[in-house]
Design a binder for this molecule. Structure first.
Ligand SMILES: [Fe+2]
Length: 201
């Protein structure tokens, strides 16, 4: 007897990965020329350990490298939206908050989600020393109340992203995540941002 079935992917979580190493290298030079001291954003200081953080207005700058970064990331967000909708639309995208971290030895960032935004991103500018932790863990938003062989596939606890220079991760704002303990000596540099999709053309 023929079997026929429809696979339904309801409630899966999209997460997109891009890479732009040349831009990350330019950003590394620019960001290290800026000096930040402590958590200048003053946001959720208690969940950020052994790291410095800029104010949340990084993308407001008129510096050429920042304008280029903003345009590149906006183009990636458009690509992901068109991928999800199977269309070829243009979008007006606003970055409500944008900042960077510099993480030293034994830095970590406890679990959190980004609020008041649509798509969020993490752009690894300098991933630091290899095999010294510091991965980004995305927590599974689906929690089954029963665990057996039938529920294992949708009950995985987390998706782990290993930082690489130039890697850009775009994720929906509801997805909780954290940065595991980084024990390397080289400082890590990571840009993060929150966006809203204002208009479609
Ligand atoms: Fe985050």
């Amino acid at each position: 007897m023929e079997k026929s079935f429809v696979k339904n992917s309801l409630f899966s979580t999209p997460l997109f990965e891009f890479n732009n190493l040349a831009l990350a290298n330019e950003l590394r030079s620019y960001l290290t020329s800026l000096k930040i001291d402590g958590i200048e954003s003053r946001v959720a200081k208690h969940i950020k350990h052994n790291m410095s953080e800029s104010k949340f207005n990084l993308f407001n700058s008129d510096e050429k490298i920042i304008k280029t970064t903003r345009a590149y990331i906006a183009s990636c967000i458009k690509d992901l939206l068109n991928n999800l909708t199977s269309r070829d639309d243009d979008y007006k995208i606003a970055f409500s908050e944008s900042w960077y971290h510099i993480g030293g030895k034994n830095s970590s960032h406890d679990v959190h989600a980004h609020i008041n935004c649509s798509w969020c991103g993490i752009y690894y500018i300098d991933s630091g020393d290899k095999n010294k932790g510091g991965q980004t863990f995305f927590c599974n938003p689906i929690f089954s109340n029963f665990l057996d062989l039938g529920t294992l596939h949708h009950n995985d606890t987390e998706h782990i992203v290993t930082p690489e220079d130039g890697k850009l991760i775009l994720f929906p704002s509801y997805l909780k995540h954290f940065q595991s303990l980084y024990t390397g000596e080289t400082e890590r540099i990571v840009i993060a941002f929150n966006s809203s999709i204002i208009e479609k053309f």
